[in-house]
Design a protein around this ligand. Sequence first.
Ligand SMILES: Nc1nc2c(c(=O)[nH]1)N[C@H]1C(S)=C(S)[C@@H](COP(=O)(O)OP(=O)(O)OC[C@H]3O[C@@H](n4cnc5c(=O)[nH]c(N)nc54)[C@H](O)[C@@H]3O)O[C@H]1N2
Ligand SMILES: Nc1nc2c(c(=O)[nH]1)N[C@H]1C(S)=C(S)[C@@H](COP(=O)(O)OP(=O)(O)OC[C@H]3O[C@@H](n4cnc5c(=O)[nH]c(N)nc54)[C@H](O)[C@@H]3O)O[C@H]1N2
Ligand SMILES: [Mo]
Length: 767
Amino acid sequence: MGLTSSHWGVYEFVVKNGRLSELNPFSQDPDPSPIGPSIIDLLEDRTRITKPAVRESWLTGGPGTATHKRGSERFITLSWDEAEKLVADELKRVIKTKGNQAIYAGSYGWASAGRFHHAQSQVHRFLNSIGGYTSSKNTYSYAAAEVIIPHVLGGNLMELLTLQTSWQSVCENTELMVAFGGLPAFNSQISNGGTGAHIQRLGVIEAASAGTKFINLSPRRSDVKSDIDEAWYTLRPNTDVAVMLAMAYQLLTEDLHDDYFLNKYTEGFEKFQAYLLGRKDGVPKTPAWAADISGMVEEDIIALTREMAKKRTMLTVSWSLTRQQHGEQPFWAVTALAAMLGQMGKPGGGVAYGYTITNYLGNNVFKMPYAPLPQGKNLVTDFIPVARVSDMLLNPGQKFDYDGREYTYPDIDMIYWAGGNPFHHHQDLGRLRKAWEKPSTVVVNEWCWNALARHADIILPCTTTLERQDIGMTPRDPFVISMDKAIEPVGEAKNDYDIFAGIARRMNTEDSFTEGRSAEDWQKWIWEQSCKRAAKLNVQMPDYESFREAGFYKSPDLKEDRIFLSDFFKDPDKNPLKTPSGKIEIFSKTIDSFNYNDCPGHPTWMEPDEWLGAEEKAYPLHLISNQPKTKLHSQMDNGTLSSSIKIKGHQPLEMNPDDAKSRGITQGDIVRVFNGRGSCLCGVNITADVMPGVVIISTGSWYDPAEPNDPKSMCKHGNPNVLSPDIGTSKLGQGPAAHSCLTEIEIYDGPVQDITAFNPPEIIEKK
Ligand SMILES: Nc1nc2c(c(=O)[nH]1)N[C@H]1C(S)=C(S)[C@@H](COP(=O)(O)OP(=O)(O)OC[C@H]3O[C@@H](n4cnc5c(=O)[nH]c(N)nc54)[C@H](O)[C@@H]3O)O[C@H]1N2
Ligand SMILES: Nc1nc2c(c(=O)[nH]1)N[C@H]1C(S)=C(S)[C@@H](COP(=O)(O)OP(=O)(O)OC[C@H]3O[C@@H](n4cnc5c(=O)[nH]c(N)nc54)[C@H](O)[C@@H]3O)O[C@H]1N2
Ligand SMILES: [Mo]
């Protein structure tokens, strides 16, 4: 018995005869996620990587040999001694001949919960201890918002999200919640760094029973439909901004906007007003105009706007709205709209950048100042916006724009990835595979033979959380968990920390990486530093031993209800925002001065390249690739829960009955989804919960090319990223734009395709 923590929840584990046999919900969790127990069958599954291994051509020919064979070649096992030496020598070679900036270790991704054994922290600390690496900025989750919101509200988006209006305030005050992108309740199973008690779904139910009316504006019905009676209005994907602008127009022309709020708290409204009225481009942003773009009914836009002005209204946006071309605009436009309603800073009103998207939003937690594992200093200044990875690899030396400045892509010769899976998260996987051929060497720490591991030259097997002790600790969650080691490491797997310590030893830099501390020493150090920081806020945390003994620690309750921007609202002179004007920037002089054609100085509707309203469409269906409800991204795709919803082994695709009928498709058919970038096979779920013209493939099915040597190959399994475009949201944010994607679908009548993603590659045991 013991406790373990994951991004999807805390569980009590049971071990029998050295094997994990059960994961049971944490006693403090009122709404546990069923994702957890999937790990039980996977720890010793055939997909487990049990020994260090090297791609055959790389071993025989050296760095840079037959890089087009990455992903399809067999591996030769090595001892840890040999593997550590190989990686150390290769790092030394690259640093000596090309410089540290030639190592790309953006290493984006979610890895595991647990503060010390956090793979990215480990790889970054290690590489900093040997001179640094080319890094990445922002996330795949909401990069466009991460860059635009600091211009509009100041500060940092991740910080602001933790200050969001609490569910309590919503329950007590919100009369109307208008959710662009709906309330994806399944997504709230997750919270990065660990989830002690799941609160989001219960928050929705409680608010609904207290009288909050929920409106879902989305191409898809919300998952909360089984819990509450939400009103659903469909709109074409990527057209929310047009609807928001029309609502703003309606408020303005019916004089329902709050002039006092706009004058006192915002900057540059006149310019936005001129745009709304069409003074600039001759196009008034009327509800009729927006209806034409979005497919919404004009009268619905008008009626909703009037209702919003009358009631205490919370506007909320899904993060998916940022993962589309011009993904900066929806978050800016919704902020401008909320400002016009004049309820920002009032209980239950204003704007939220998402509820139910992850578990910590609106959870009213006292923000504990927990200490991180120190990262050291990265001496390399080169970086990329994270989703520009293929651009960087394909175009060394090329210039790119980002947030008002011009930068240059470095020339990458080595990739080091630990925690994260680019063959899950990146768009246009065919293009990524071509780009992935560029560096001489790819080193990956992984525990399972997913597409990332297969595309490595040197693969180093790491442990999972259940094979090591850690502390589950994040300021976003009230529960700090003493994570126990459940079983011994499987095969020859090692903790990421020990892997890096071993490589460092061979580079004579072990001391600067480990500082002489064991993993347990570091955990104690993190705990003690955290206690000191907490004491400064008058919070007494238990000592390390008492914490370990108790199993978990719960941070103090927050006394007051958190209301987003309430200090600013109460006294904007004393508590100005961190923007140039100190106010909400509806027009931003800074952004305007960048002169970007794809991100002007105020919220603006711009047609995406791929959308349903385009005059000429190469493909007729809009593909949304949302988050998978049965797992976190690609993690445990081969587990029982994820497998349980597959259709003949393929990823399910949701489509409207009309679209199915016109193509002669019936429930459960296997279809080929295709566009100019690629194709994949899916099994069909026909449902009226998706609007006509839109299809949905959740992400996370392990990439499984029918022709492993061909980057453009069809994915047999159903990974939507073979179809999605690899373009930046704009020159400002350069975020990923997976959701601006058109496709076509036909019944698949080729030979039956077995799913091979879960067969490990051929492995030769070295004698
Ligand atoms: N089309 C499309 N694409 C998307 C999205 C979308 O909506 N549509 N969403 C995007 C979003 S929001 C995100 S955040 C990304 C997520 O993309 P990722 O975060 O890259 O996806 P994960 O599958 O969570 O990858 C985590 C990896 O870490 C590994 N791992 C787990 N524990 C450890 C450990 O202890 N050590 C090491 N070394 N490795 C470990 C896992 O096996 C797994 O391969 O995807 C993005 N991609
Ligand atoms: N179970 C589970 N939960 C997760 C994750 C997971 O992998 N699994 N991943 C986590 C991560 S890393 C993140 S960043 C968050 C992401 O959270 P979100 O970005 O909010 O989630 P998505 O599921 O991608 O999208 C939610 C819904 O947005 C709607 N939508 C898509 N495009 C549009 C549009 O143009 N307009 C409108 N109005 N609606 C649109 C669709 O109905 C879609 O189902 O989820 C987190 N939660
Ligand atoms: Mo994300």
